[in-house]
Write a protein that binds this ligand. Sequence first.
Ligand code: NAD
Ligand code: UDP
Length: 379
Amino acid sequence: MASVRKRVLVTGGAGFLGSHLCERLLRDGHDVLCVDNFFTGRKSNIAHLLGHSRFEVMRHDITFPLYVEVDDIYNLACPASPVHYQFDPVQTTKVSVIGAINMLGLAKRVGARILQASTSEVYGDPTVHPQREDYRGNVSPLGPRACYDEGKRCAETLFFDYARQHKVRIRVVRIFNTYGPRLHPSDGRVVSNFIAQAIRGEDLTIYGDGSQTRAFCYVDDLIEGFVSMMEADDSVTGPVNLGNPHEIPVLTLAERIIALIGSSSGIVRRPLPQDDPLQRCPDITLAQNLLNWSPRVSLDEGLRRTVAYFQEELTEKNGAQGERAKRIYEAALALGTPIVAPPGTAHQLNADLLLGGAAETSRVNIPLRNGNGAGKVGV
Ligand code: NAD
Ligand code: UDP
């Protein structure tokens, strides 16, 4: 229990990291306001919190102003998977930049502390390794990742300008690849892709030759880092790297996951996406010194916990599939227009993103609002 009970806003609170953070803050005794537009977040991520007397959810897009009274703000709202942030790149820049302005304006008005979920992507395809906070990065302002990388860089600029100009009490953390339960099975990130593929017995998709490296942090460790950063003295503004410095090639990650699951899956090569960083690993000396924080969960242990979650998620019975179809049907109606969705189209992606359901195995009839018959949506 926290010694002081606070009102805490978590933007992006229905997402992967946000839902774990909401849980943690409730456990610490705070009142939590989760704000999310459900672009990549899922109601199911926070369903278990809905009955909690200190938990509240608001559907809101933070590119629009928000007027609430809070003590602390964790600004997490932004799609994090390359597939999702490249789906609508203009909106990605908007949520990073306009969203930051709105949340910083809120912090300024109510005198709240505000923490920004920045990213290792601010280092781009790094030429310095491992990455320390004083490295200025190697980012393309023009490529397909720029909407996210430059959006997050601009957000950092705004945070430091609001601190200098308006004395807002800021914290900036740069998050390195984090994984764990509640990653969406079709989120597109490497850990979720590989685990879902291995469980289904499909070949694991290695982009490039798999020699590119990443360092993977388990979600519980990261959340501990968030809270330590928020609770640190106001002089600790960051930016501070948060991640697990255990670096491995993507190919090794694939082999570990296949072995852990005992899967019959093989490996299949796909082209390396443009601007995909070749190596990435955090130097966490600053977090260790300033926050006394280090990750504790090993990759093997973290993967075991994540695999257990995915096994449950992906072995839903037919009844659950029916439930998912029903949710898609209801959301399609709520959209006001029918979704006619040949597999793989933007409409299907929209439906999946909106609903957090992405099994591609069944279809459901959607009555069209204009009475022209029935459309279909992939579920
Ligand atoms: P996620 O996609 O699961 O969560 C993002 C959440 O933000 C979703 O719930 C989404 O619906 C919500 N959102 C998006 N646009 C919004 C808007 N305009 N208004 C309100 N809500 C909006 O991703 P995540 O992994 O939980 O990432 C959370 C934050 O952490 C992001 O800011 C991301 O950039 C940052 N981050 C994550 C990682 C990682 O490895 N998980 C790494 C670096 C940075
Ligand atoms: N990757 C891969 N296969 C996949 C998904 C991703 O080989 O199915 C690679 C990707 O090209 C990158 C790394 O895994 O080199 C991490 O990708 P992710 O999308 O998880 O996050 P990133 O670190 O690139 O933001």
